[in-house]
Write a protein that binds this ligand. Sequence first.
Ligand SMILES: *Cc1c(COP(=O)(O)O)cnc(C)c1O
Length: 334
Amino acid sequence: MAFIKINKQNFYHNLNQIALKTGSVEKIAIVLKDNAYGHGLELMAKLASEFGIKHAVVKKTVEAELIRSLFETVLVLGDTIIKDEVYSFTINTLQDIRQAQKGAKVELKVDTGMHRNGIALDELDEALSLIQAQGLNLIGVMTHYRSADELSSELFWQQKQFETVKQRVKEAGFTGVRVHSHNTAAALRMKSFDEDLVRAGIGVYGYNELPDPFDEVALRPVMSLHAKKVSTRVLRAGERIGYGGDFIAAHEMTVSTYDLGYGDGWSRGDSAQPYITSEDLPVLGRVSMDFISLESEKEEVCVMNDAQVAAKQLGTISYEMTTALTSDILKIVI
Ligand SMILES: *Cc1c(COP(=O)(O)O)cnc(C)c1O
């Protein structure tokens, strides 16, 4: 089967780069949602914990359960709010507060402009008094930026909104509340940092989708994707490969089938504009569910060693390239 190599040194390099921005490793909350962006939830959690990361972020409680013992806190972004020692839960709506289990640790997400999730600014006072009335333990206040990875002043406008949120939470008498708003892009752009955590996702895996003027921090891809040879054959000129016979051999050539396909989460792409692997081999014809064909006889090929480069070829972003890969692909730490 296709397999993924996880480069531990690169992972730690990226964590160090982000720690330079936050001032300490303790202020990084590693985002491990969606199978750690396709890198393997439990594996990346273990490596992060060994590095000294104390805080994690996931989407669901089932994910939190798998990594519970490794972190001091695990923030669950979207699930039923229950009382737990380690887990804290995101409040996205007033309804979430009403339905939460008494004593639960919660982090209030405030909508400062992304208009996707979170309490509206004019609901903030109601939310805070409801949290008290329901006997919830408010341990965090957070927001999420919609344009941290774009050249515009929007980030600063949202940051200003969030400043007033922090102030109002303080005035309402809450203490010991951690504040966090930065994703990778915002963290890489910041010149100074006065919050308690950054929620670092894509950057720890080695990618930075910022436009060039902000691209100062050198991150290194953690994942490379490899496939194994299934069979080899010699084609004569005019013979075709794969479904639809989209590829036609112009001359005699030796081709092999490798065990990666769209069933593994690899993009099917467009055979008219074939994907070119990191070893410079164009994919011949259509991508099948479980196979691709390449002009090679090698036992193993590296299909992708930089998801951002691959994403550019395939018209998407690094996030989608890695997250789409199915969780059952074998991971090897190098
Ligand atoms: C996914 C996510 C992040 C991480 O964003 P990156 O761009 O991958 O760093 C941070 N905060 C929230 C709320 C998220 O959903």
